[in-house]
Design a binder for this molecule. Structure first.
Ligand code: URA
Length: 208
């Protein structure tokens, strides 16, 4: 499986609080941002570094920098929005594109209703953000849209993944690396992740 589980005590602790049914939206939003930042620390290992020469107060030395203007963050609406700030804190000059996809509750198929992307080129490093990788159809569709728009280097960042979703993404887009905080047990009949944390969008925006 092409998946990297970012295994860290801080993430485990914060995710445990997020999962709890009695955790409210304020804490849920803050924790999602914090965990995204921590996953982002690992996921941004793929950023290209450029060498430079700098001067310290004592001597000249080699230094490194990256160009985060090449980075594109693409939250999948709407729950992905809860992850944007965490990545933007690390990469403040990144561009942000948005893709709106909802899952038809009957067919579980993805329906695209919005896409606004910056211009993508061969140097673009694209982070697709979707907290719950459930069936994987929404993320796979978003990746497909990005590829149609010249997206090449794509990384999927999720909070919780299901084995079914990982398998689907691996099959549809084998080159895409998935970063996640947890690989949960399975999906239920309605496409929710078990044990999961419920509907991430509803919990972020208090819509239920
Ligand atoms: N989307 C969610 O928000 N939660 C799930 O468990 C599955 C999909």
């Amino acid at each position: 499986m092409n998946i990297k589980i970012v295994d860290h005590p801080l993430i485990k602790h914060k995710l445990t609080i997020m999962r709890r049914v009695d955790t409210g939206p304020k804490e849920f939003r803050e924790l999602l941002k914090e965990i995204t930042l921590l996953i982002g620390y690992e996921a941004t290992r793929h950023i290209k570094l450029f060498e430079t020469e700098i001067e310290t107060p004592l001597e000249k030395t080699k230094g490194y920098f990256f160009n985060d203007k090449d980075v594109v963050i693409v939250p999948i609406l709407r729950a992905g929005l809860g992850m944007s700030d965490g990545i933007l804190q690390l990469l403040p000059n990144a561009s942000v594109g948005h893709i709106g996809i909802y899952r038809d509750p009957e067919s579980l198929q993805p329906v695209e209703y919005y896409a606004k992307l910056p211009k993508l080129n061969d140097s673009s490093l694209i982070f697709v953000l979707d907290p719950m990788l459930a069936t994987g159809v929404s993320s796979a569709k978003a990746i497909e849209i990005l590829k149609e728009n010249n997206g090449k280097n794509i990384i999927l960042v999720t909070l919780i993944s299901s084995p079914e979703g990982v398998e689907f993404i691996n099959k549809q887009h084998p080159e895409v690396i998935i970063y996640t905080a947890s690989l949960d047990r399975k999906l239920n009949k309605k496409g929710y992740i078990l044990p999961g944390l419920g509907d991430a969008g509803d919990r972020l925006f208090r819509t239920k």
